[in-house]
Write a protein that binds this ligand. Structure first.
Ligand code: ATP
Ligand code: MG
Length: 279
C-alpha cells in the first residue's frame, strides 16, 4: 500500500512553474511575445484577457502541443527543463490541461481511455496497472465528485457530448489523474450555472495544499468559487498587468480598455504598464 509513497510525496519546491521571456509562434506568426509567469506550490493563478490574446496558446505551449514553436525563453517545472520533455512526459510530471475545445475520440470508450491514461501514469511511477475492481471504484468515486452521469462514462470520449458535458468530463479526467498543476482553459464556458457550481466545487474538493492551478476565464463567476491568489491580464502575447482577486472585479466592471490604454489612476496606486505591441 505504502511501497511507493515516496513517489507521491510533494517535492518541497518554492517555484513549481517558472516561465521566463517565453516567445512562441504558430504558422510563422508570433503569438507569445515574452511571457514571464511564476506559479508556486499551492497557488491558483487566473489569466484573463481579450479573445485572441494568446491564453490558449500559452496553455498549449506549457503542455507541449507540437503545432507551436517556442522561439525564445524557458519553462521550468519543479526544477526540470519542461521544453526538453515531450507532451507525455509533461503529463507524467503532473501537468494537466482541460481543453477549451475538448476533442471527440469516437470508438474509444471513456473506460478504456481513462484506464490507459491512469495506467500509463502508474507505469511511470513504477506501479503495476490498477486492478479492474479498484479502477471501477475509483471511476465511480471521481464521477460522483463532478456529478458526471454514468451513461456518459460508458460512451466514447466526448462523442456527441453537449458543450457542458464535455467540460464536466474534462474535470472528471483531472480528478482521475490528480495532477500537480492543472490548467483550466475556459472550463466555465458552456456550463450552466448549476453545472458551474458543481464543477467548481468539485475542483476545490480535489485541491491539495501542494497542487497548483492556472485558470483561464473571461468571467468573475468561476473565480468567485476558485478564489485565485493572483490574476494576470494577457493582452497581445504579453502579461500586461498582475494583481490580486480585486483585479478580476475591476475587469468585470470596467473591461480591458483602461489596461490597454493606461489612464490616470482612480484614487489607487497604479504601476506603469509595459507598451503593448501591434495595433
Ligand atoms: N494555426 C494558426 N495559424 C495562425 N494563427 C493562429 C493559429 N492558431 C491560433 N492562431 C492565432 O493565435 C492567436 C491567439 O489565439 P489563442 O487561441 O491563444 O487566443 P485566446 O487568448 O485563447 O483567445 P480566446 O479568449 O478567444 O480563447 C489568435 O489570433 C489566433 O487566431
Ligand atoms: Mg482560448
Amino acid at each position: 500500500m505504502c511501497e511507493n509513497i515516496r513517489n507521491f510525496a510533494p517535492k518541497k519546491q518554492k517555484h513549481m512553474l517558472k516561465i521566463e521571456n517565453l516567445h512562441a509562434s504558430i504558422g510563422g506568426k508570433e503569438i507569445l511575445k515574452g511571457i514571464d509567469l511564476t506559479v508556486r506550490d499551492g497557488e491558483v493563478h487566473a489569466i484573463m484577457g481579450l479573445n485572441g490574446a494568446g491564453k490558449s496558446t500559452l496553455s498549449n505551449v506549457i503542455v507541449g502541443h507540437p503545432a507551436y514553436e517556442v522561439t525564445e525563453g524557458s519553462i521550468t517545472f519543479n526544477g526540470k527543463d519542461l521544453l526538453a520533455l515531450n507532451p507525455e512526459e509533461r503529463a507524467h510530471e503532473g501537468i494537466f490541461l482541460s481543453f477549451q475545445q475538448p476533442v471527440e475520440i469516437p470508438g474509444v470508450s471513456m473506460v478504456n481511455f481513462m484506464r490507459a491514461a491512469l495506467n500509463a501514469k502508474r507505469k511511470h511511477l513504477s506501479l503495476e496497472p490498477m486492478p479492474a475492481g479498484d479502477f471501477l471504484k475509483l471511476m465511480r468515486e471521481k464521477r460522483a465528485i463532478v456529478e458526471l452521469d454514468s451513461k456518459l462514462a460508458s460512451r466514447s470520449v466526448n462523442e456527441g457530448f453537449s458543450g457542458g458535458e464535455k467540460k464536466r468530463n474534462e474535470i472528471f479526467q483531472m480528478a482521475m489523474l490528480e495532477p500537480v498543476l492543472a490548467i483550466l482553459d475556459e472550463t466555465d464556458s458552456g456550463l450552466d450555472v448549476d453545472a458551474l457550481r458543481v464543477v467548481a466545487e468539485g475542483f476545490n474538493k480535489l485541491r491539495k495544499p501542494e497542487t497548483s492551478a492556472i485558470v483561464i476565464t473571461h468571467y468573475q463567476r468561476l473565480l468567485d468559487y476558485l478564489k485565485p491568489d493572483i490574476i494576470h491580464v494577457l493582452i497581445d502575447g504579453r502579461i500586461v498587468k498582475t494583481g490580486g482577486p480585486e483585479l478580476a472585479t475591476e475587469i468585470e466592471n470596467r473591461g480591458f480598455d483602461w489596461i490597454r490604454t493606461p489612464q490616470p489612476p482612480l484614487g489607487g496606486e497604479q504601476t506603469p504598464q509595459p507598451p503593448l505591441g501591434g495595433e
